[in-house]
Write a protein that binds this ligand. Structure first.
Ligand code: PNS
Length: 161
């Protein structure tokens, strides 16, 4: 596998996402980070354009990483980008069931192969959902989101419902 797609909601990008992006960038020739819609999740806290800007700021300096946004099915994004496969991070057994279901579905729908990367223990407790909650309640986001975007994320979330 040379070119991979890393899809997600990235609402916003977390320290856990960045860990996966960095490790993927070191292993694969090209990593396309795809901001996509998760129909299982409520409307996002950050507009898609802002998620892209935050991802670009967080991945600045990683020359083989591109950030793009896609509507629709993951298999269609994978086909449009002509990637060799998709990567997803796994934090816990709670993630596993749904991730396996998605991986099997994507293989059935579009012959898309998924490669799982185990989350680094230091960031495996972090989710975008928790970041939003801590940020909305004015908590410290240090270590939860990439440091370069922490002030912007904190400011955007503070006081948001
Ligand atoms: O960061 P998330 O919310 O866990 O990412 C989930 C995402 C966006 C990758 C998933 O919901 C997705 O693939 N959305 C696109 C729609 C799709 O292809 N659904 C069917 C396959 S699961």
């Amino acid at each position: 596998m040379r070119t991979v797609l890393y899809p997600g909601s990235f609402d916003p990008v977390t320290a856990g996402h960045l860990d996966i992006i960095r490790r993927a960038a070191a292993r694969f020739e090209q990593v396309i980070v795809a901001v996509m819609h998760n129909p299982q999740k409520a409307t996002g806290a950050f507009p898609v354009e802002e998620r892209i800007e935050l991802l670009k700021a967080a991945t600045c300096g990683l020359d083989n990483v591109q950030i793009r946004a896609f509507d629709g099915l993951l298999v269609d994004a994978a086909r449009a980008c002509q990637v060799d496969g998709v990567i997803r991070g796994l934090r816990s057994t709670a993630d596993t069931e749904i991730e396996l279901q998605m991986a099997r579905l994507n293989r059935q729908l579009g012959d898309v192969e998924t490669v799982f990367m185990a989350a680094t223990p230091a960031v495996m407790h972090i989710s975008a959902n928790m970041v939003r909650e801590v940020g909305r309640l004015g908590g410290n986001l240090r270590g939860l989101v990439p440091e370069e975007i922490r002030p912007r994320v904190a400011e955007a979330l503070r006081g948001k419902r």
